[in-house]
Design a binder for this molecule. Structure first.
Ligand SMILES: Nc1ncnc2c1ncn2[C@@H]1O[C@H](COP(=O)(O)OP(=O)(O)O)[C@@H](O)[C@H]1O
Ligand SMILES: [Mg+2]
Length: 336
């Protein structure tokens, strides 16, 4: 590890009162993400996870984002700790001097990253249900007038981190649907009805004792509820393309996320929200092929399948998510 990065973590341990720098025995970088330097640190006999935001993200395209998003992330994790205490990581403070914070290092026998188990073809529908519940509770509670929105007026960061690299960049590569994608960007930018996490991806969800702990809330903003649900379903749909042996289970799990979540929707009509998810999901599918953060596990043939499928569904949106999943399943089996 570069000495200045090591010094940064040693300073953070001391600033947050977690121990003295001499007590730090190990600093191990964690992999998987593109937006942060994140490490496991052992201080005395305590294992911690320290995370600092990067100004330039680790992707091929030039993608920069303001590091103060680390503040929004910490604030989201604090809100989650109150709203869904069964599903949270313990927090140990955020730096006043650098865009960094400390949290519990999640580990143990019944602890696993959802992405790893999904890519191994191991899927339990209860996982999808519990994720739908967790997002539903946070959206529903944040839609109340008593909720303090001050730390989450972050739509410009959300634009930099999500709308521009995913939808706008994809619009620039697909003139046939560019106007449609631009209109989605505008609608999502203007929205502020609920607290959205912005990155509900299996690589950001660690299950511990059956409860999903949602991490990596750098994109948190007051926004449109459709984003988190479509984003999460998209990850399951793309894995269904990749893994034919568990395809129907994955598409069913995507539907279960929605089917569980919809019971919490009180701030707008569930039908209207479902229509928005039906429209956004194909847009996000296409964005993971031709946006700035392409999915890494699909073959070129499967990328082409997703392109064709998502363009078709963008041009002719389905009227329900059940129909959308059925049409995706049909196309994957019959119309490659
Ligand atoms: N508190 C934690 N305990 C254990 N592992 C973690 C913790 N937080 C993150 N990780 C692991 O590190 C990876 C990257 O962390 P993440 O917060 O998602 O950073 P990035 O913004 O770079 O994606 C996650 O995918 C997860 O595997
Ligand atoms: Mg991540």
């Amino acid at each position: 590890m570069h000495p200045t990065i090591e010094t940064r973590y040693l300073n953070l341990v001391e600033e947050l009162g977690l121990g003295r720098r001499e007590e730090v025995s190990t600093i191990i970088p964690l992999t998987g993400g593109v937006a942060s330097d994140i490490v496991q640190v052992i201080v005395g006999d305590q294992r911690l996870c320290l995370k600092c935001a990067l100004g330039k993200l680790k992707v091929d395209e030039d993608w920069r984002a303001p590091v103060h998003r680390n503040r929004a992330e910490y604030a989201w994790l604090e809100v989650a700790a109150q709203m869904i205490p069964e599903s949270t990581v313990a927090l140990f403070g955020r730096s006043q001097q650098s865009p960094c914070f400390a949290m519990e290092f999640l580990e143990g026998d019944d602890t696993y990253l959802w992405k790893t188990s999904l890519l191994n073809g191991t899927l339990n529908v209860d996982e999808a249900i519990s994720v739908g519940q967790a997002i539903g509770k946070i959206h529903a509670r944040s839609a109340s007038s008593a909720f303090s929105t001050e730390p989450f007026r972050n739509r410009d960061d959300f634009y930099e981190l999500r709308l521009d690299p995913y939808l706008k960049f994809t619009a620039s590569r697909h003139p046939a649907v560019a106007a449609h994608l631009e209109s989605l960007v505008e609608r999502l930018y203007e929205a502020s009805s609920v607290l959205t996490h912005g990155d509900v991806s299996p690589k950001n969800i660690i299950f511990r004792d059956g409860s999903p702990i949602i991490l990596d809330a750098e994109c948190a903003t007051m926004g449109d509820a459709s984003f988190d649900i479509a984003f999460c379903m998209n990850h399951l749909v793309l894995k269904a393309v990749h893994l034919p042996a568990v395809r129907s289970e994955l598409l069913n799990a995507a539907l279960e996320v929605w089917g569980t979540y919809v019971h919490y929707v009180h701030w707008e009509s569930p039908e209207q929200l479902e229509a928005k998810v039906c429209e956004l999901l194909p847009a996000l599918m296409l964005s993971r092929i031709d946006g700035k953060s392409p999915v890494e596990y699909l073959t070129e043939e499967n990328r082409q399948v997703v392109r064709k499928l998502s363009l078709k569904r963008l041009q002719t949106p389905c009227i329900s998510l059940e129909r959308l999943m059925t049409s995706i399943a049909y196309q994957l089996e019959n119309d490659r």
